[in-house]
Design a protein around this ligand. Structure first.
Ligand code: SF4
Length: 394
């Protein structure tokens, strides 16, 4: 299996010496030597997609270009490792085990966008990830690698939506860390009113890999529309839960086999992209892991947290009700449509009224607030209600 983001054989945390021995920070040096235009061109040519929890896989290059296009000279860059959505573990794993890869990607972004201040926004209840981030900044600083960029490690706010990008800006400005109305997007008006790149930690590790290995090497892996590899958190009814790196386009069944999932006939459903993704039936597990293939099935790659449910452990109605209850508790509650929409959906499921549940989920689907959280709940519920025999219409 090709690995671009991690070294499976690495024991403990990869320190600066180990990372440099593998070519680490040579990409940053090249970026600083060849300049912003070249860096932006490489990022755009590589076609890397954002790996954040929104799951839409927006091209990283487009996001960087929007910040670069601003006439405001003062910019900020933020690595998002808040990983606030339930189940996902990949970003804190990266920070705990391979923090220099995220930091190098962040410094390359700072160089490309002319930012002098950078933030590593790290899940606040993960001491391993926070220690990894702090150690990496200290090591890179002592080695003179920061290049005049001030890097602050900031623990994330303790909310289920703290990883949403405007919530991060809110928290970095000393507020509670709640999602804000959009537009404007952070690339236009972000931290302290300045253009700000908020980029997921795994995405930044992919940028570091790109500048370490080159565009051709990265594009040789994955698919034409989803180049490279991705980290997946696999959990639930599997023998070897954990974080796995596989190329985009790998069949989901192959990833499940790596994690020791039960045979198909024992599987009830699989969530491919976190709790807010459409559940897949056992006969759909050969789907290639790309944004497009999962969207075509009415599901999503989401935060690439794969959850396996076994028939012997739950019935589908129970699973759907419990998952929606979990998601409803994650809503920060500041938007009435999201709060009441979750409550109404849950009430309908508890009453066993699939028709009303469908209606409620359809209302939630098109967004009822400041962030995409309710859309995830709706995607999950609608696909379960439409595609599984347990909810067949009379
Ligand atoms: S849509 Fe829901 S989760 Fe998002 S900010 Fe509004 S209340 Fe919070």
């Amino acid at each position: 299996m090709t690995h671009l983001l991690i070294e499976p054989a690495q024991e403990g945390r990869e320190d600066l010496a180990a990372y440099r021995a593998r070519g680490g920070y040579a990409g940053l040096e090249a970026a600083r030597t060849r300049g912003s235009g070249w860096v932006l061109e490489q990022v755009t040519r590589a076609g890397l997609r954002g790996r954040g929890g929104s799951g839409d896989g927006r091209p990283i290059g487009q996001k960087w270009q929007r910040v670069a296009a601003s006439r405001v000279p003062e910019r900020y860059v933020v690595a998002n490792a808040a990983e606030s959505q339930a189940v996902s573990r990949k970003d804190r794993y990266l920070l705990a085990r391979f923090p220099h890869r995220v930091l190098e990607g962040l410094l390359i972004a700072a160089q490309a966008l002319g930012a002098r201040e950078a933030y590593l926004y790290v899940r606040g209840d993960s001491p391993e990830a926070l220690d990894g981030a702090r150690d990496a900044v200290a090591e890179a600083g002592a080695a003179g690698l920061l290049g005049g960029v001030s890097v602050t490690v900031q623990p994330s706010a303790p909310t289920a939506v703290s990883g949403e990008e405007t919530a991060i800006l809110d928290a970095l400005e000393g507020l509670e860390g709640y999602p804000q109305p959009k537009p404007p997007r952070p690339e236009e008006i972000g931290l302290r009113g300045r253009p700000t790149l908020v980029q997921n930690a795994e995405s930044l590790a992919a940028v570091a890999a790109l500048f370490r290995l080159g565009v051709d090497r990265v594009r040789a892996v994955g698919t034409p529309t989803c180049p490279g590899t991705a980290l997946f958190t696999v959990t639930g009814a599997v023998d070897r839960p954990g974080v796995y790196e596989v190329p985009h386009g790998t069949p989901l069944a192959q990833l499940l086999a790596l994690a020791g999932a039960p045979p198909r006939e024992e599987i009830l459903a699989v969530l491919p992209g976190g709790l807010g993704s459409g559940p897949l039936r056992p006969d759909e597990l050969d789907v290639p892991l790309t944004y497009e293939d999962l969207a075509a099935l009415g599901s999503s790659l989401g935060n690439s947290a794969v959850v396996v449910f076994r028939r012997a452990d739950a019935t589908l109605p129970d699973l759907v009700r419990e998952n929606v209850a979990l998601l409803a508790r994650g809503s920060c509650g500041q938007c009435r449509g999201c709060r009441e929409g979750h409550e109404g959906l849950l009430r309908a499921l508890e009453a066993g009224d699939a028709t009303e549940a469908r209606r409620r989920a359809e209302v939630l689907l098109y967004g009822r607030g400041n962030c995409a959280f309710p859309t995830g709940t709706a995607r999950f519920a609608l696909r379960a209600l439409q595609e599984f025999p347990a909810f067949a219409r009379p």
